[in-house]
Design a protein around this ligand. Structure first.
Ligand SMILES: C[S@@+](CC[C@H](N)C(=O)[O-])C[C@H]1O[C@@H](n2cnc3c(N)ncnc32)[C@H](O)[C@@H]1O
Length: 383
């Protein structure tokens, strides 16, 4: 399967869209937003640029995309005002925002939401003039552009970006590791879709090798595109310690494997189809992230921190949602995986699969909370 062509989040604003099913990612982003803000403010105060180019890689579509951009713009504006107190140089900042994702991402729905977003945030842009009402005395001028393509490779001209952000995207590999297929092209990870207790050791080795290859290519590409001293803040799913199968992220894939197996036992999926389905995902440990950054050598690590996304259902109930945690996770994973599952198995299994998956997660949650692990990494390009 050509992942770059097939993989995309469910677009639009419908019931199964990523836009409607990304509240868990939003909750996580809110938990660590201060780290991205600090990095931008620090960068701004060190260089006081009048023009800034920033990029969000793996932007997807839906409320998270513009919320991230809004937070970055607010941080730049706050830094500009702080700088004004010191230097009395009060200039409007011009910001070029690049939104990157794979070509089949629903860029259109972001651009449709952009003018209203600018009005609400008091941002000047091509179609929205803001004359400095309220606290935006010198409203930033912001221009937005889409950049389709894989972030595993070059996306921008060299030395053009000040700040790069990426959230919940870098645990997606460029491909399923080729080393998990035998000479006949059959997966050695039969019946499983990710590293599991039953997987031969070669499987986790193959996934680690693919992560190392991809992440170092990502770092190398970004180091060329960032200006000297530029910053990059990355949030991605991960695991604690060396064992893959002890993590909540791995448990969630194991439960999806079991949901597939139930459909096989019901005769809804051919076993061979399941045996040839693997996910292009990897949850690295803190050491694995740290090792790649050091080996690649272009970046200094300002922060590398682990955080847990709560599965606290009171939070989702207080949002007015009556969905169980299982349903919330299942609809969120569906919005991410549906394009690949439809392509491989056909559309007919999708509702049943995610119905079963939601129930299995709820059964597991009744035994103990599932708390997926994430890392936030703040990097600075070495001068
Ligand atoms: C789960 S979404 C995260 C969206 C958003 N950043 C957020 O935090 O809610 C992951 C996004 O990464 C994108 N993605 C995955 N691999 C990519 C690649 N190689 N190049 C560019 N985007 C990629 C996916 O298409 C998807 O839109």
């Amino acid at each position: 399967m050509d992942i770059e062509k097939v993989f995309h989040m469910v677009g639009g604003n419908g019931e199964t869209s990523y836009a409607a099913n990304s509240s868990l990612q939003k909750r996580a982003l809110d938990m660590v937003k201060h780290i991205a803000t600090e990095s931008i403010v620090d960068l701004y105060l060190a260089t006081t640029p009048q023009k800034m180019a920033i990029a969000d890689l793996g932007c997807s579509s839906g409320p998270n995309t513009l919320s991230v951009i809004g937070d970055i713009i607010d941080a730049i504006d706050r830094a500009r005002r702080r700088n004004f107190m010191v230097t009395t140089t009060n200039r409007t900042t011009e910001i070029q925002v690049f939104l990157n994702d794979l070509p089949s991402n629903d860029f259109n729905s972001i651009f449709l939401a952009w003018p209203d977003f600018c009005k609400e945030k008091l941002i000047s842009s091509g179609s929205s003039k803001c004359n400095g009402r309220n606290d935006r005395s010198h409203p930033p001028f912001v221009s937005i552009a889409g950049v389709p393509g894989s972030f595993y490779g070059r996306l921008f001209p060299s030395d053009t970006l000040h700040f790069i952000h990426s959230s919940f995207s870098l645990h997606w590999l460029s491909r399923v590791p080729p080393a998990i297929y035998d000479q006949e092209g059959k997966s050695i990870n039969k019946g499983k879709i990710y590293i599991s207790e039953a997987s031969p050791p070669l499987v986790s080795e193959a996934y680690l090798m693919q992560f190392q290859e991809d992440f170092s290519l990502f770092l190398r590409s970004r180091s060329l595109e960032l200006k000297s001293g530029g910053r990059m803040v990355l949030t991605l799913l991960g695991r604690t310690g060396p064992h893959h199968t002890h993590s909540a992220n791995s448990l969630l894939w194991e439960l999806l494997s079991r949901s597939f197996a139930i459909l096989v036992s019901q005769g809804d999926i051919d076993e061979e189809k399941l045996n040839s389905y693997e996910i292009h995902f990897y949850a690295p440990s803190k050491e694995e992230i740290d090792d790649e950054v050091r080996k690649e050598g272009s970046f200094a690590i300002d922060r590398l921190e682990l955080f847990e996304i709560e599965s606290n259902m009171n939070k989702s109930k207080s949002n007015g949602s009556t969905a169980t945690y299982g349903t919330t996770v299942a609809t969120s994973v569906r919005a991410i995986q549906e394009s690949l599952i439809r392509h491989h198995f056909g559309e007919h299994i999708v509702d049943d699969l995610f119905g079963i998956y939601g129930k299995l997660i709820d059964e597991e949650t009744a035994k103990g909370e599932i708390r997926p692990i994430s890392f936030i990494v703040a990097l600075r390009k070495k001068v």
